[in-house]
Ligand binder design. Structure first.
Ligand code: F6R
Length: 609
């Protein structure tokens, strides 16, 4: 989604802003722009496409100055054109960048036009900058004028505004879209994401909902939603700074696939004793584990698929009902909440608009408590949830989620075991066995990654395919959904997933020699049933790609490509079987020559509805 960077410093900020935009590229965007404020006024460059196109403009015509704002735009209102790219101006001296959506922009646009404002773009953003301009006519204080203008807006936004006057400062505000202030020495910064500022600072102030802040070179003043000045705490960034470095890897996605044994080990660290899950990992208030009688899991996309796997674990081990729902549906319906229900959200970013809205709605309902399983410790989701279990995957840059998913599954398995054990549904011996299995997970993930070069060869067979069908049974069905999502996201091959038992009820009609069928075969009671499903496909000339351990007795033959996955404890199968699917999608995308880390139309952090 859109990204904001802003800076006020003693030095030229152009390079800082451009580097910040490059660091935001992973979020997904289609145009970018920078406005620099200096004694000659506010001047801007904008470009469609990659940030490099903007850098080329700076190369050809440098803009220098010590105050500036910058933006990567992911089109919502109006096509990705230069005219629609931010910053937007009202007059020559006032420029603004914006993330989010202004829902009442139509009405505001009409009102502003009636007052004589001319619109140069189709964006909802342009109304904000004209509103600030209008407010400045009656309110000479820039900060107050911005606050006055914001009162007319409905929707979600984060903004940064610069005005060319004698008081050098940036004014920023947050309502519904994340914004973080970077604190430097005699310089201060703002961005929608810490990663955008790691080249200039590691000290951050996270703005809260409704905050407005003024940034000068010497300090940061924050007003809360009630217009009271607040001292917000400064946090020091402790992710590995190298997260923004691809290292030896060609793409972030591949690097992040390879990181999984390490980050899963980090996710397990401090959460297991020799024989038990340590309930202290949920914080001091772990009493809920005993009380919980129902679980409602709410999430989006890949995180939703992780939730679907957890339903199998929770119902199986803890013997309590568990529902899983996509946040965009949950938030718009009346939900029945049985007594003692845990509300559990899953999110890599912790900033997904629908998941946050669902959490806020749930907090008004009669839930036992809210638990967020999340990767970003400083995120809104973490700050607004009752309890948190961090996934500790480190910064994930590739738009297609990989290590965030397997660490979510790991955290969910820890949670499921803890609930089952605290409710007395798990014997000590069984818990010790599961903990032992969890401890071996990083090594199995490593073994699964070792199949990379084999899977690379398999991927070549997908180069000319337009469709693919993924099949799974039991907890492998959500893994099939996740495999299909990965393939369509980065290789643009249309892919669908079905529970294998549903094949005869419709999708079998699609099966012919042009339709590859990908299936993960678990080594459990469903093995024989799945083998019959595979026969049904083979009999219709379908091309099968089977991922299974060698004890399943499956092998490559005419029409069947067999790839070995390490044999693991049944509970770990969904996690370990994810790896070959990630690698398959990755290599298919490379073969097809797509933009693996920034697939078209997609954004890393979906901060608008
Ligand atoms: C897919 C993907 C998305 C996200 C979804 C939710 O690879 O990354 O489907 O999983 O947008 O995002 P988070 O987990 O940040 O809430």
């Amino acid at each position: 989604m859109c990204g904001i960077v802003g800076a006020i410093a003693q030095r030229n900020v152009a390079k800082i802003l451009l580097e910040g935009l490059s660091r935001l590229e992973y979020r997904g965007y289609d145009s970018s722009g920078v406005a620099i404020n200096n004694e000659t006024g506010v001047r801007a460059h904008r470009a469609v496409g990659k940030v490099q196109a903007l850098k080329d403009k700076f190369e050809a015509e440098p803009l220098d100055g010590k105050i500036g704002i910058a933006h990567t735009r992911w089109a919502t209102h109006g096509k990705p054109t230069e005219a629609n790219a931010h910053p937007h101006f009202s007059g020559p001296d006032l420029a603004l960048v914006h993330n989010g959506i202004i829902e009442n922009h139509d009405v505001l646009r009409r009102e502003l036009k009636a007052k004589g404002y001319e619109f140069k773009s189709e964006t909802d953003t342009e109304v904000i900058v004209h509103l600030v301009h209008e407010a400045l006519k009656s309110e000479p204080n820039f900060v107050q004028a911005v606050k006055n203008a914001l009162e007319s807006l409905h929707g979600a936004f984060a903004i940064a505004v610069t005005l060319n006057d004698e008081n050098e400062r940036l004014v920023v505000a947050r309502q519904g879209s994340p914004l973080v202030v970077g604190v430097g020495i005699e310089e201060n910064f703002v961005a929608s994401d810490q990663l955008a500022l790691l080249h200039v600072t590691d000290q951050f102030i996270f703005l809260e909902e409704g905050d407005v802040a003024e940034l000068t070179r010497d300090g940061v003043t924050v007003w809360d939603k009630d217009d009271i000045i607040q001292e917000r705490p400064i946090s020091v960034f402790n992710h590995n700074v190298d997260a923004t470095d691809k290292g030896e890897f060609r793409h972030y996605m591949l690097k992040e696939i390879y990181e999984q044994p390490t980050v899963v080990a980090a996710c397990l660290e401090g959460r297991l004793s020799h024989e038990r899950v340590l309930t202290s990992c949920f914080g001091a208030n772990s009493e809920f584990l005993k009380q919980v009688e129902n679980v409602h899991i709410v999430a989006c996309g890949t995180s939703y698929h992780a939730g679907m796997v957890a339903k199998y674990w929770i119902e199986d081990m803890a013997n309590i009902p568990c529902t899983v729902e996509v946040a965009s549906e949950y938030r718009y319906r009346k939900v029945a909440v049985p007594k003692n229900t845990l509300f559990l959200t899953l999110s890599q970013s912790g900033e997904t608009a629908d998941t946050l809205a669902a959490l806020r709605m749930a907090k008004e309902l009669n839930y036992l408590t809210t638990l967020a399983i999340c990767n970003v410790p400083s995120s809104t989701l973490v700050r607004e949830s009752g309890l948190t279990l961090l996934t500790k995957a480190g910064a994930e840059i590739g738009v297609a989620s990989t290590k965030a998913f397997t660490t979510q599954l790991t955290a969910l398995l820890i949670t499921s075991i803890a609930i089952a054990a605290e409710k007395g549904e798990l014997s000590d011996a069984k818990q010790a066995e599961l903990v032992q299995a969890l401890r071996s997970l990083p090594a199995y993930l490593d073994a699964a990654i070792k199949q990379d070069s084999t899977i690379q060869v398999v991927a070549e067979q997908f180069a000319n395919k337009h469709h693919a069908l993924f099949l799974g049974r039991g907890p492998m069905f959500p893994i099939a959904l996740e495999g299909a999502l990965k393939l369509k996201e980065i290789s643009y091959i249309h892919a669908e997933a079905y529970p294998a038992g549903e094949l005869k009820h419709g999708p079998l009609a699609l099966v012919d020699e042009d339709m590859p069928i990908i299936t993960m075969v678990p080594h459990n009671v469903m093995l024989d049933k799945l083998k019959s499903n595979l026969q049904e496909v083979a009999a219709r000339g379908g091309e099968l790609f089977v991922f299974a351990d060698k004890d399943t007795d499956l092998h490559s033959e005419e029409g069947v490509t067999f790839t070995e996955v390490p044999k693991v404890d049944a509970i770990l199968e969904p996690i370990v079987h994810t790896i070959p699917l990630q690698l398959l999608s990755y290599h298919v995308a490379v073969v097809k020559g797509t933009d693996v880390d920034q697939p078209r139309n997609l954004a890393k952090s979906v901060t608008v509805e």
